[in-house]
Structures are given as C-alpha cells and as structure tokens.
Design a protein around this ligand. Structure first.
Ligand code: PLP
Length: 392
C-alpha cells in the first residue's frame, strides 16, 4: 500500500468469501487444460427462466432506462408482497419492502445499522462468511452461535438466547442454511421468538434467501409470521437462488417501520436504486409460471440423494442428509485430514473443487462443503475422485 495513504482500520478487518477464491483457482486450472469438477460454487447451474429474461429485454426496449425510486418500483414491491403472502401467509405493506441489489446489501445494511464498538452481534457458525466479516468491519463483537451436526445443523434457540447480553444488538439467523443445508424446525424458531420477548433491545436479521429450497416435505417457517417481533425483524430474501438469478443482482428485504427510512436513505447514498430492467424481470419471475423453478428443485433433490449416498460410501466420511438449499456438509474427521488442506489437495491433485468448513467459521473444522449445483454425471465423477484420493 502507498505509505502516504491512511485508510481506516475497518477495511483491514474485512474478510472474504473463500468460495470466490476457490472458483478463481478452479477456473485457472481449467484454463491450463485440467479437467476440474466444480462442487465449490454457490449458485444454481441453471439458466434464469426464459420469460424472466424476456421481461428484462422488453423493459429495455420499452425505454425503462432511468432511475427508479430508491426503495424500488412500486410494481416490484407489490410483486414481493404477493410473493410473501403466497409463501408465508403474511402481507407486508409495500412501504416496508426494499428492492435491493442482491441479498448481500441487506446483510450489509442491517449489520452496519446495528454494529459498532461495544455492541455484540450473534451469527451462525458455521455460517455464511460475510456475516462475521461485516460484523468485524463495524467494530462490533462477533458472537458465534454454534450450529451442530447432532441437531441436523439447525439453529439452537436455547444456545442463542443464552448468549444474549445487554450489549447484544442483533441476532442473525439463516434457514435453510449455507453451508450446511440445515433447516431450523418451526419449534426452534417459535422458542427463539418467545425467548426474545425478554430481550426487547435485540433486533433480528433473518436470512431466508433459500426459503423455497427445501426437500422431503420440510417447510421453512418464516420469521415474518410472528407479529411479536415485526417491529424488530429485518427479513432478507431475493431472486438469486430461487430463480437462478445470481448475476442480476436483485434482492428484497422487509423492514420494520422504524428502520425503513434509514435503509432507504442508505440506498440513496450508495446505489440510488436497483437496475430498472432487472426489477421488471423480478416481477415476471414472481408472477410468471414456476415450472422452471419446480424442475430445478426436482433436479436438486435427485442430486442431493446422489451426493449423500455417494459421500456416505466413502471411508471416514459421514454426511447428514441436508434438508434445504443445495449444499451438503459432510463430516470428514475420520479421514484423518484437516478440512482446508484436504480441500486444497483435492483441487490441485484430484481436480475437485469444494470448500473447507473453516471458511465458514471455526466450528466448520472437520467438515467440507459440497455444492450440488452441478450435473449428476459431474457429481458422481467428483465423488469417485474424492474416494480415489482418500484411498491413496
Ligand atoms: N445469504 C446466504 C445465506 C447466501 O448463501 C448468499 C449467497 O451465496 C447470499 C445471502 C447472497 O445472495 P446474493 O447473491 O443475492 O447477494
């Protein structure tokens, strides 16, 4: 760094998502001619449904080239309201819905709104790495809530509640979860909401970006269904995963009345508004036919079974059946390997990209994350290669 420049210390505390580094290395190896099976990536390997793409093209042709309101087009916010009503039975006012440039900006907004030195923020470990990174950026103290294999990788209300102090500002929940595929059962969510009654100073960020990606009849219970916490709940959701739209940068969140104007002003200051054509695509995604989404979920379900079966056949590997998202989080302790060296060697020597559990928090040691956003053929090839590597 240039010695004359003085950037603020917060920027030295920002972390990363190692999945992007693994993707870059996997791409580099592939460019060198290596045959890489990529089970590291956290995005659907499907295209955005055709009618959604067409809606964006039409919006551009129709001249939707300008700014929209900072909180999003009313028509897009109303589409989100219809979606929330359909998936949760709750109809938030469009005046509490923010259209955001992806899921992450909601995370950023919520964490910077509550994080500062002296404050504490609870987050899941193992969990999406950006939670901790952003908490550290703000100077608040990150307090990990352990996510345990023996609980089916569900969030534990009792454990989270026991970690709340007068300094706690925010609790972050994520179900269905990245990286574990865990779905927190309704009873646990109800227990958390009940317990929070004793802590009215604590806000909640519920990351429900995988809300409709569940299996085996498992249903995700949205925190939006609890009127008791509506005045302190920030609900994060978006189009990235459900409609295979990660590159469109389009998300939504539902905010309490008291916080809505703060996040709207943050939008005005940071990004003005979300790309207008993308918002039109978002409306089409919500209101149009869902057959492409259903077909994608059927494919994920079939692959999930393959992954779990294949992994459980490997020596020293034990894989809990994930109930949601598109990740498996097998326990590899009995292989004798530490997770990160194993992930690195698998990529370099066996040509399989996956992510070491510690990239999702200290409690991720002993695990690796496999994404099954890849073809059945590649999944089988990948697992075979892992097996051959472990047998060496
Ligand atoms: N939340 C979780 C749990 C995720 O896994 C991801 C993406 O991987 C996001 C949020 C971010 O979504 P987006 O790409 O829309 O910013």
């Amino acid at each position: 760094m240039t010695p004359m420049l003085h950037t603020v210390a917060a920027f030295d505390r920002i972390g990363e998502e190692n999945a992007f580094a693994v993707l870059a290395r996997a791409t580099e190896l592939a460019h060198q001619g290596r045959d890489i099976v990529n089970l590291g990536i956290g995005q659907p390997d499907f295209h955005t449904p055709e009618h959604v793409v067409e809606a964006a093209v039409k919006a551009l042709r129709d001249g939707h080239h300008g700014y929209t309101p900072a909180n999003g087009l009313l028509a897009c916010r109303e589409a989100v309201v219809r979606r929330m009503l359909a998936t949760t039975g709750v109809e938030p006012s469009p005046e509490r819905v923010m259209i955001m440039p992806g899921g992450k900006p909601t995370m950023f907004a919520a964490i910077v709104m509550f994080g500062e030195p002296g404050g504490e923020i609870l987050y899941p470990d193992p969990g999406f790495p950006i939670y901790r990174s952003m908490i550290e950026f703000t100077g608040a103290t990150p307090v990990p809530v352990p996510i345990r294999e023996e609980n089916g990788f569900a969030f534990s209300a009792e454990e989270a509640l026991s970690l709340i102090t007068p300094e706690t500002r925010l609790v972050i929940l994520n179900s269905p979860a990245n990286p574990t595929g865990g779905v927190t059962p309704p009873g646990e969510i109800e227990a958390l909401v009940r317990g929070l009654e004793a802590h009215p100073h604590v806000a909640v960020l519920s990351d429900e970006i995988y809300d409709t990606m569940t299996y085996d009849g498992e249903r995700h219970l949205s925190l939006l269904t609890f009127p008791e916490i509506r005045d302190r709940l920030i609900l994060l959701n978006g189009w990235s995963k459900t409609w295979a739209m990660t590159g469109w940068r389009l998300g939504w969140s539902v905010w309490p009345d008291g916080l809505y104007d703060k996040v709207r002003k943050l939008a005005v200051n940071c990004w003005s508004c979300v790309n207008a054509a993308a918002q039109h695509a978002g409306i089409a995604a919500i209101d149009g036919p869902q057959d492409a989404v259903e077909a994608m979920m059927r494919a994920f379900d079939a692959r999930r079974r393959l992954v779990v079966e294949g992994l459980n056949d490997l020596p020293g590997v034990r894989c809990t059946t994930p109930k949601g998202a598109f990740y498996a989080f097998p326990n590899i302790e009995e292989t004798g390997w530490k997770a990160k060296p194993l992930a690195a060697r698998l990529l370099e020597e066996a040509g399989v990209a996956l992510i070491g559990g510690p990239d999702f928090g200290v409690l991720g040691e002993g695990y690796v994350r496999l994404s099954y956003a890849n073809s059945e053929e590649n999944i089988l090839r990948g697992i075979e290669r892992i097996g051959a590597f472990l047998a060496r």
